[in-house]
Design a protein around this ligand. Sequence first.
Ligand code: BGC
Length: 963
Amino acid sequence: MNNLTPWNNPKWIGSPHLPLDATRKTIFGMEAIFTGNGGIVFGAEDKRLKTMHRNIQNQANENGGYISYYLDVVSHKLIITRVGYAEGDTADVPFATVEVEPSYIKAENTLTIEVLGNSAAAFLNGHLIDGEIQPNFFFVKPHLTGRQLNPIADNDVITFPRMNNIGLMESGQYTSFRMFNLRPPKGELYKADAKKCLELVGKTIDPTHGGVTILQREFDICKTVQTATAHISARGDYIALFNNQALNTDGTVSGSRPKDYFTPGAAHFDKHIFYHTYNAAPFLQQGKNRMEFTIGSGWWSDAQNFILRKYNFWGDTPALCMKLEITYTDGTTETIATDEHNWQCTQDGPIRYASHFHGETYDARLENEPKNWHPVAIIAPVEIRDGDVYLNSTNLNQTTPEIVEHIGNPVKEVMVLKAKSVTSPTKGVFIYDMGQNMVGVPRIKVYGTPGQEITLRFSEVIYPHLPRYGNLQGYLMTENLRDADCTDIYICKGDLGGEIIFPQLTFHGYRYVEITGVTTLPQLEDVEGVVLSSITEDLCIGHFECSDVNVNKLFENILWSTRANFLSIPTDCPQRNERMGWLGDAQVFAETATYNANVLPFFRRFLISVRDLQREDGRFPDIAPQDGGLGGIPWGSAGVIIPWVLYKQYGDKQVLEENYQAMCKYVQFLRNNSTDYLLNPQGSEVLGDWLAVETSTDKELLWNAIFAYDVRITADTAKILGDTKTYDDLDNLYHSIKQTWNKTFVNQANGKTQTKNGEANDTQTSYALPLFYNIFENPALAAQRLNEKTIALDYRLTTGFLGTPCISAALSDNGYVDTAYKLLLQTEYPSWLYPVTQGATSIWERWNSQTHEDGFGSINNMNSFNHYSLGAVGAWLYSRVLGIRPGEDGGYKSFIIQPNFGGFDWVKGQYDTPYGRISSQWEKVKDEYLFTLEIPSGTTANILLPGRKEPIVATSGRYEYKI
Ligand code: BGC
């Protein structure tokens, strides 16, 4: 890793002012100081409540409703009113009335409201008067809970209220009013002195101000430039322009818009921050030069976690750190770096707001307007500690991170889709169908007058025409996006030739885009979806196709969910308010990913964050680069399993070297948490076969099987790296765990799986996972049970995230190829092909995320349509159907070819190794299979065919066999 720490002179700079978009703000504090009766109004003029289909509460209020907190000092009451948020809301009857302890009330009172996203707590002169400190909720430490204001729920829902318009209530005499962030550094968002307060009394105003920060530096070049190298990093996303030309990591020229997105990429910013290096020479000129950087919130600030209070996770201010090193032809050098003296900033640019979750607001009228430039500030990240708003993870911003070169390519445009059709469920609302669940940004040509506001909203699905969806039928279903607003707003400049909506600092997971506010309906070909991913075309190395159209669609869906969820980090899903590096999901899908694409640099980069978050005692996180969440052993084991999967597939020892210490430490952690080779009982936050249909798979059985597997992998790694002492130790440990596991979890009389207490378990996953990990002492008997079980289930899958990647190979490698194929080809629920029959264009979080008959069932809010985990069968298609598998020593210098014939009339596919392409295809001809194989030069294949005991060893060339 190329490490530039310390950078010496460059400093982190940003704007001293916090901008505010009140329509996107869910977490904030408000404080009014006043005498007499008075109070605060917020959440007013919410556009979502003005239009029936933008909320599920069936509201269409002209003024968008409001919420008020009113202190009556005479009757000692806090009167809370909610209007327009749900049926039954009225200004006449309080939503709630809180008795206030009279002694809290003074002549001048400070009323503070903490809006916590869906709920709020109130304080009077520092005393909590509405809300409570909850000892424990879910897996989160003691914290403040407020009164639920959202009519639907307090968690995992479309957030109501948001700040929107605010005001002050009559008849208070106000000294001041301010709004601020709740998480450190608790920056101020809005402030009104007594005079300005007068303008707020009895009415509401929009407090929105400031746009995304732009930084600039002007400088002169008087000599001839020989080389110029720019190193650029940011806390947040940056867009770099040199003399109005975008810098690209691949050195190409692309006008004023870079090809790279979301640079420098997600990281555990406490320990590592990435930078990119650019050849800047072609962009410099004699005389005056100007560098410009737009810095969005990215993975630094704003919303980026399903726990809403983790808003501004690292801080509230994006910042830039860069240096430009110039060497002149006369041999002299010059360094121009970020500092507090020579740089200026503005928030007057056209990007008025941008965040990954919530979308972008762009005012095209400001593109060429003069800007008010002012001095920059040095931005030091403020420590966030346990006890600060919802931390529940390691304290943040405590260390000085290393600034390291980004590994692999950044997110890029990988494809452009055009809308396939458009519907208009009501006047003025147009829903375009991209025909594919994708991740990226829209690029849409529109015509408008100056100031005309066009709104784009996004969804993966639309409410089907089923009676239960009432008047929402045919509209976007956004409940599953929860707090992620996923809304782009574009204000036209009024270009007669049309103008392009093309956000840069956000991304959406969607298939449908709803356009409102247009006077001219965009043509289908003018509504584009620019697909973004870290998996660029040049990295794609695998292909599979076969005689079954449904399986081909399944394979395509796996590829789409790979693209969608490999975006800087491996994410669980790309659309809702998570998009997080859940380790369990990454772990189960890693092998499939290694076949689809060269994901080695991508995962090497991600594993830096995984190691950064490894606890002192060895525990790996459940989520990276952010911490927190739940998962435990199956999730944390990603820190062991992923390096191993990478080594096996790419034969790369470096990845083992990089992770070896951490792997050993993790295995030691598990060992320390075990007694007599069995893991000690774990808390409920340690998950099992997540989202399985058959929920009864014994978790301890799974955890201990994974424990054994982790030890096996680490032992084998020790051997490869020449650490024989550790190998011997861990090899012994492995055998002891394995023996104990079999004694404990296998009924010695009938071979069925059981719990620690001897109760039969006997689920598909309870066999599939330990079989795949080679834990059974009698695998033949376990496989027989799995086969019987699967037949009894009529070849359906009852497995969740953990069992699904294992079951096919567990069957086929143990003689049940036919059952494995019947399972794959099943189209009834639950199965891989069932979602295909229900119209899936990507892999769903659940086997029945949406059905023709039942819509979304009853699960609208935890229902992602782009979750790669259940697509982990992809590895089996490559490794067992095509039969392409890495060799014992990892990689493809020497590899295995062992196709499982059956199931299909024909299959064909390929895998591009560093040595060249391996092609495998077979076809059923009468009672025989005709198998054709191509082996790249410089490699050796060990071909294992049915009916032959010994492998055929073959070198480069084309081979045909009849089986
Ligand atoms: C995520 C999962 C993740 C799980 C663990 C979910 O919300 O989307 O895919 O693994 O949480 O608890």
